[in-house]
Write a protein that binds this ligand. Structure first.
Ligand SMILES: Nc1nc2c(c(=O)[nH]1)N[C@H]1C(S)=C(S)[C@@H](COP(=O)(O)OP(=O)(O)OC[C@H]3O[C@@H](n4cnc5c(N)ncnc54)[C@H](O)[C@@H]3O)O[C@H]1N2
Ligand code: MOO
Ligand code: MG
Length: 687
């Protein structure tokens, strides 16, 4: 246990290429050490000092070493360097994802103090906050600036560090803070401050004593159920603590949790294909906007009285005007006894009421140069008023409802065409989420790695496979490759998840691997214990995909300061499990988030089996099949063969999943079965 009586442990991280190459060039380390020392050895012990180059991973590893190990924990970590605007300055980007609880007040104090001295104080981008039980501050690289920044907050630091380390804030406020305010120094009271015992460093679920322990009605109020990896393999669960849900229950939870679709007004363009319209759209312009010809020919005036209908207009007429489909002007009215040449789509003279096709006419005479028609003969009488004329608004009526809210804009062009024709220039559509795919595991090797596999290494097939699936759905504004997170050293997965959220600003992370019962299955504890997230479910009764995990983590937006919930789908590592569960669980979330709330995953159809398939007596099985169109118009399903969840080949060619009921025995050839369509039906089947 730590108390105010024992001094606090500081660590100084010098971030500098030069000092890394030649430590004798560093000045900041010593100055910061002296600055702390001046406060008194009863407050601060001799600091740990380390030098790293401007390299995010090395910075993060150094900090984690002082924050994530209960036996080696620093109370205060101050970094110096890399906070400026130069391209190499990446300290804030490296530190920010590690912060569990930001401390903007300290940033404010440091910047205010710097600005008192020089306007160049504004050229620093400091980060401050608590990770685990340690307070982290990033100071500028110049020794003078670093010292001034540290001095600006130095008096507050012991108090802040004690609180971060778990001291009871009420006890501290009862005595210490008053004194602290009086002398702007650390509490010197004689009673010892109680500090929580060093168990896992996230006790906000059950550490403050203001929650009724047994009233865990909402998932987020429950204490973590996951393994505590710091306790070692012997202490792990030997049966899963997560209830087994049905697929239906799991999908309901996802749909409830996924954020509702957010509308935005976007300019109409082909890029709006694959979006959902967010409100009813009415025509802003009529189509056509004027009385237009449907054919190339001659605008005429035919008797439009029903009784005179068949008197006909055969005869020879002067061609008095020409109307082309062009932007400028309207043609003059027809003088009595004349006609006007007209092209398809061009406006009719106001008093014309029909168009005779050029095929039904003959040239009679030309102008002197032989270039223009002077008179033509109409050869037919079979022409009625209104013939070959499109009345204004007859294709799209002004103000009529053209596409209702909820319409999916396909990439086939129809919807975009209607919108464009009706004068819609901006359109309310639901925005799409950003999604990222992260593989996990020490054995997983990137497909581009040229080195032959050795030992237990495997190729990362899940990531390219899922990226392709997600891109093909067209339901995300960005599908981001988040790489591979390692299982070791401890904390690697948390760093990868936090960096993914911070750097790529994704709304959803899809991970594969690490969700089952092994001691290196770290996703659940990382989310619950490391990130203060909530596991909404951790097991589903289905084959493949049993350990599928769905969670949310609260993340503070660095720009707006708002707390937003990010979703994490922890799909199992086995390749078939990953793709099946993406279709069953990730798809319904995306459908809701883009405004297709009525849908809950892939389309369901009935198919006839082309061969017998075995059911599982313990779980509903999603058997990979190729669905094709039979000669009788019905749908046929052919198995892709052996269905073990590790067999990635069971997915090749598959465009559907049979939903095999949970029971003993087989479904026989020719029997009907429900199937979920992952892609379009292909050509003709074999029978
Ligand atoms: N004792 C128990 N063991 C297992 C259970 C169980 O209930 N009790 N569940 C099994 C089931 S079902 C599945 S599915 C898997 C799920 O495994 P994890 O999600 O924990 O994944 P890993 O252990 O990390 O890996 C499993 C398997 O998948 C391979 N893998 C991982 N990532 C990739 C990738 N990106 N590309 C290709 N293949 C990958 C990995 O190498 C393993 O072979 O757990 C069972 N165990
Ligand atoms: O549930 Mo696991 O995905 O069968 O192999
Ligand atoms: Mg595992």
């Amino acid at each position: 246990m730590q108390s105010t009586a024992s001094p606090l442990r500081p660590a100084i991280l010098i971030i500098s290429e030069t000092a890394f190459k030649d430590p004798t060039t560093d000045k900041a380390g010593n100055i910061l050490r002296e600055t702390l020392k001046a406060e008194g050895s009863d407050k601060w012990t001799e600091p740990w000092i380390e030098i790293v180059p401007d390299d995010a991973t090395r910075i993060q590893n150094a900090v984690r070493k002082w924050t994530d190990d209960d036996h080696n924990n620093a109370n205060l970590i101050i970094t110096t360097g890399g906070t400026g605007f130069a391209v190499k300055d990446i300290t804030p980007e490296a530190i920010a994802p590690l912060i569990h609880r930001p401390a903007p007040g300290l940033i404010h104090a440091m910047l205010a103090a710097s600005l008192e001295i020089t306007p160049f104080g504004a050229m620093s981008r400091p980060v401050a906050g608590v990770r685990g039980k340690a307070l982290i501050l990033t100071l500028p690289g110049s020794p003078k600036g670093a010292k001034e920044n540290l001095q600006a907050v130095l008096k507050m630091l012991p108090h802040a560090c004690l609180q971060a380390a778990g001291a009871d804030s009420r006890t501290m406020h009862a005595g210490g803070v008053k004194k602290l305010e009086e002398d702007a120094g650390v509490s010197t009271r004689s009673e010892k401050v109680s500090i929580a015992p060093p168990h896992h460093h996230h006790d906000h679920h059950h550490g403050h004593g203001h929650k009724i322990p047994q009233a865990h009605t909402r998932p987020e109020d429950r204490p973590p159920r996951s393994n505590d990896p710091t306790l070692g393999a012997t202490q792990r669960h030997r049966s899963s603590p997560y209830p087994m849900l049905s697929v239906l229950e799991a999908v309901s939870i996802i749909v409830e949790r996924a954020p509702a679709a957010v509308p935005a007004s976007l300019p109409l363009s082909p890029a709006l294909a694959n979006h959902v319209i967010a409100s009813d759209i009415h025509a802003l312009e009529a189509v056509p906007a004027y009385r237009a010809s449907i054919v190339d020919g001659y605008a005429v005036k035919v008797p439009d009285n029903a009784s005179q209908k068949h008197i006909g207009i055969k005869g020879t007429f002067p061609v008095a005007a020409v109307s082309h489909a062009q932007a400028s002007g309207m043609p003059p009215p027809l003088a009595e006894g004349t006609i006007a040449r007209i092209t398809t789509g061009a406006p009719l003279p106001a008093n014309a009421n029909a168009v005779v096709m050029v095929e039904d006419t003959a040239l009679v005479s030309t102008t002197a140069n032989g270039f223009e028609e002077a008179t033509i003969e109409i050869l037919t009488d079979a022409i009625e008023a209104g013939e070959n004329v499109r009345e204004p608004g007859s294709d799209i009526q002004l103000n009529s409802l053209i596409l209702p809210k909820g319409t999916f804009i396909t990439s086939l062009g129809g919807e975009i065409g209607v919108l464009a024709a009706a004068g819609i220039r901006t359109l309310p559509v639901f925005t799409k989420p950003r999604i990222g795919v992260l593989s996990t595991g020490d054995e997983v090797t990137d497909i581009s790695d040229p080195i032959p596999l050795s030992g237990g290494q495997i190729r990362d097939s899940n990531r390219p496979s899922l990226l392709s699936l997600l891109q093909g759905w067209n339901l995300c504004s960005a599908v981001i490759d988040l790489g591979i997170a390692r299982d070791t050293p401890p904390g690697s997965l948390e760093t990868a998840l936090r960096s993914s959220l911070a750097t790529h600003n994704v709304d959803i992370i899809v991970t594969t691997g690490g969700v089952s019962m092994g001691e290196l299955d770290l996703l659940k504890p990382t989310i619950e214990r490391g990130m203060g997230g909530t596991i909404h479910f951790g097991r589903v009764s289905m084959k493949p995909g049993k350990p599928t995990t769905f969670a949310s983590v609260p993340i503070k937006d660095t720009v707006s300061g708002d707390r937003r919930e990010k979703l994490i789908f922890g799909l199992p590592g086995n390749p078939a499990s990953a793709i099946v569960t993406a279709n069953l669980f990730v798809l319904p979330a995306l459908q809701r988030m883009v405004g297709l709330g009525g849908k809950r995953g892939p389309e369901r159809v009935m198919v006839r089996l082309e061969g017998r398939v075995k059911c599982d007596k313990a779980r509903v099985e999603y058997h990979r099949v190729v669905v094709s169109c039979g000669r009788d118009g019905g749908l046929l399903a052919a198995s892709t063969g052996m269905q073990r969840s590790s067999r990635v080949g069971s997915l090749a060619y598959a465009n559907a999943l049979l939903v095999l009921p949970q029971r003993e025995g087989w479904l026989e050839k020719g029997e009907k079965c429900e199937a979920l369509m992952m892609g379009p039906v292909i050509g003709f089947g074999s029978t």
